[in-house]
Design a protein around this ligand. Structure first.
Ligand code: PBG
Length: 323
């Protein structure tokens, strides 16, 4: 049946009817807020509204997020000292490890996820250790990443999330967690992580800009969707419990493709540059922040993400509570 018998506007007539037939739900229970934990608090200029926090600041932020019904936090640590190996990453008294313990003690229901990577901890800013020729040594990095994940597990993390893009890291982390008595700890793999210019503001936040070169030797080429599916298949075969696509908005097609190829939960990371773009446009008076953020997050859910990691989490949760 076509017009005039069929009129799609009938179900758009009132807010109640639109609510009744909405296909995609957005709820704070789907959102994860990233937190940058450091020894001193400081605003991040490239990300208006986001700051580095101390351990006590992280506990306070976690409390506000929990009260708003946000599912969890993703922790990044900024160490005071960096070295060539990134040894701060597996320091049991490091910022992330201390923050995990403090947050879990105060807010046990909040899901605490830790980012497992070396780039915040290495003096050269790469996500793994370097060979003599300056290239990133994949296999030598695996052991260090696994060691970091175990340290996060000992601190009480609910999920570990490797973001380094070394080949084989999910399997290496799974094996080490199991050997150390953490067989029940899930891994959220940054499965399809692209070498994206949208990470720019994060690198200021985490002080992790590579000292030379770039990350294209390990992160994915933005042009490749089939390869994203291969990466995802491999991470699943190695034992990933949740797979992630990152960034989110410029990669909705990849989210949809990953959603179609697996039964695992799919996460998407609405990254720092996506956030900064919205903030800059709002500051320029281009559009209304609330409407754009909720539309963006809904679009990421519609593409197939079960879980969204976003710097808008707290604002979005507040706005959702008002609607
Ligand atoms: C660390 C890591 C990065 C992000 C998350 N984990 C930076 C990078 O790979 O350069 C980016 C997050 C964001 O931009 O919000 N490897």
């Amino acid at each position: 049946m076509a017009f005039p018998d069929t009129r799609l506007r009938r179900l758009r007539r009132t807010a109640a009817l639109r609510d009744l037939v909405r296909e995609t739900e957005l709820s704070p229970a789907r959102l994860i807020a990233p937190l940058f934990v450091a020894s001193s608090a400081a605003p991040i200029t490239a990300m208006p509204g986001v700051s580095r926090v101390t351990i006590s600041g992280a506990v306070a932020a976690a409390g506000e997020l929990a009260a708003l019904g946000v599912a969890g936090v993703l922790l990044f640590g900024i160490p005071d000292q960096k070295d060539a190996e990134g040894s701060g990453a597996w320091d049991d008294e490091g910022a992330v490890q201390l923050a995990v313990r403090a947050i879990k003690a105060e807010h046990p229901r909040l899901v605490v996820i830790t980012d497992v990577c070396l780039c915040e901890y290495t003096s050269h800013g790469h996500c793994g250790v370097l060979r003599a020729d300056g290239g990133v040594d994949n296999d030598a990095s695996l052991e260090l990443l696994a060691r970091s994940a175990v340290s996060h597990a000992r601190a009480g993390a609910d999920i570990v999330a490797p973001s380094d893009m070394m080949d084989g890291r999910v399997g290496a982390i799974r094996a080490e967690l199991d050997a150390e008595g953490f067989a029940e700890l899930p891994i959220l793999a940054y499965a399809a992580k692209f070498a994206s210019a949208f990470y720019g503001p994060f690198r200021e936040a985490a002080d992790s800009t590579p000292a030379f070169g770039d990350r294209r030797g390990y992160q994915m080429d933005p042009a490749n969707r089939r390869e994203a599916l291969r990466e995802t298949e491999l991470d699943i075969a190695e034992g990933a419990d949740i797979v992630m696509v990152k960034p989110a908005l410029p990669y909705l097609d990849v989210i949809a493709a990953v959603r179609a190829m697996t039964r695992l939960p799919v996460a998407a990371y609405n990254v720092s540059g996506e956030y900064a773009m919205v903030k800059a446009a709002v500051a320029a008076g281009a559009f209304e922040e609330r409407a754009v953020v909720l539309e963006t997050l809904t679009a990421i859910r519609r593409a197939g993400a079960d879980i969204i990691i976003t710097y808008h989490a707290e604002d979005a949760a507040r706005w959702l509570a008002q609607t």
